[in-house]
Design a binder for this molecule. Structure first.
Ligand SMILES: [Fe+2]
Ligand SMILES: [Fe+2]
Length: 211
């Protein structure tokens, strides 16, 4: 499966790792440290995947799915992404479209495995508790990979500083993501959360600093 991605790099003279560096730098410069967020999500999701014993082809899918999961934000107005205030309900509806734009953007990379596009489309789905409610494309992806990416994305976002919130340390972020009274945690995979807690407790995750 991943061979398709490698083959794409070789046949079209695109070095995939170079392309990723280019994307992450662009995302950092234009989109409020989105590149560093994406790298953090990749670090967390890979540590969880390793703990589950997920095999290399799926781990590669998860790696690239994690790095590109928010690429659809590049299609959204920077005035909304960098608003520096709470968003209106209409603006939040626009933010939700980054999942669909993620699929559409990655679709330009014709040889990219469909699973990577599916991860961009589903990373806020939260087993029906999030968005989008329906998919316009056929989604064929291992649900565990989606759940790992969703938990990793949420955990990274909770830890990272935002214009409207202070950063949290790992223990504080674990408490937030495991809070049963927090509606934002609906649909998160409990097993994946337990693996995350095990990794944090044993200091197996070390993220990029935002400072
Ligand atoms: Fe996202
Ligand atoms: Fe994200």
């Amino acid at each position: 499966m991943f061979n398709k991605l490698e083959a794409a790099g070789q046949n079209s003279d695109i070095d995939v790792e170079e392309f990723i560096k280019f994307y992450l730098a662009l995302a950092n410069r234009n989109l409020n440290h989105l590149g560093r967020h994406s790298e953090n999500v990749q670090i967390i999701s890979d540590a969880i995947a390793e703990n589950y014993g997920i095999k290399p082809p799926e781990r590669q899918i998860l790696k690239y799915g994690s790095l590109f999961h928010d690429i659809g934000k590049m299609s959204l107005p920077s005035e909304i992404l960098n608003a520096g205030r709470a968003l209106t309900s209409v603006e939040f509806e626009i933010i939700k479209t980054h999942t669909m734009f993620g699929w559409n953007t990655l679709d330009f990379f014709h040889s990219l495995p469909t699973e990577i596009k599916a991860l961009a489309m589903t990373h806020h789905h939260r087993n029906g508790h999030g968005y989008p409610k329906q998919f316009i494309h056929k989604i064929d992806i291992d649900a565990l990979l989606v759940d790992i990416l969703t938990v990793s994305d949420s955990f990274a976002a909770i830890m990272e500083p935002r214009v409207y919130k202070r950063p949290l340390n790992e223990a504080q972020a674990l408490a937030v993501i495991n809070d049963p009274d927090n509606d934002k945690n609906a649909g998160l995979n409990r097993g994946v959360l337990e693996v995350l807690k095990h990794l944090v407790d044993n200091k197996k995750i070390s993220l990029n600093s935002f400072f």
